[in-house]
Write a protein that binds this ligand. Sequence first.
Ligand code: GUN
Length: 293
Amino acid sequence: MSAQLIDGKKIAAQIHGETAQKVQQLKARGIQPCIVFMRIGDDPASRAYVGMKDKKAHELGIKTDTKIFPAGTTPDTLLAAIRAANADRDVHGILVQAPIPGIPQDLVFGAISPDKDVDGFHPVNFGKLLLGDQSGFRPCTPAGVQELLIRSGIPTKGANAVILGRGNIVGKPMAAILCQKDAAADATVTIVHSRSRNIPAIVRQADIIIAAMGFAEYVKADMVKPGAVVMDVGVNRVEDTASAKGYKLVGDVAFDEVKEIAGHITPNPGGVGPMTIALLMANTVSAAEKQTR
Ligand code: GUN
């Protein structure tokens, strides 16, 4: 293996340490940061993600309240719960876990108060991100990828960054982050997606590859320039008869072959995943600080 591993668990632990200190400072002022999680239906992945976020919040001293809604919940019911959390002065952050079956996502994310939108998906926060206004919240996964680059000492200024995937949760905000006029960004950004032509040739130009299109092991060694930095955001279920569960989770990058070519690579799991939670906790504490100034 030639690539250096980017240890997302270790970097996330550093960030959690910083967040825990800020929680203690708030508590010394009599303030307990609090996040409300909402989850709809019985998607096992959503259950697992919310469970992990809840556990980490408790470890850091952040209060949580998880509201579980059955599949078939009406928009009115969910929006009423969001409005109640918006109005509750003891709640600083609100996260509605996607996917949200049966209810348009923009309706849900647009109903969360921008000040409590620790996911960064409200149009006000998304707009601020595009405009380079640092006062909003940024989506946790792409912000986590940027943090991995910064804390691994990987320069982005003038680098060719190719993002695979144009989703609202990762691809689009990732592009907005990396093209900002900012020492931690300043990259030349390209997005490729399912309608792009000649994807391998474009990806081969990249100094930094961010794979976030949800296609198991799509990025192969022959698409990677020697020495490139490869960040794998994907989480895909593939059949695995050797596993008791009948499936295993793999990323969007064919890790075993790409690690021989890349300069840096995120393991998966243990790369980008832990950073999403780290940035969510940091956003929650930042929300509590801003609301109690
Ligand atoms: N589903 C997948 N990623 C995310 C995320 O970052 N936030 C929320 N709310 N839902 C998700």
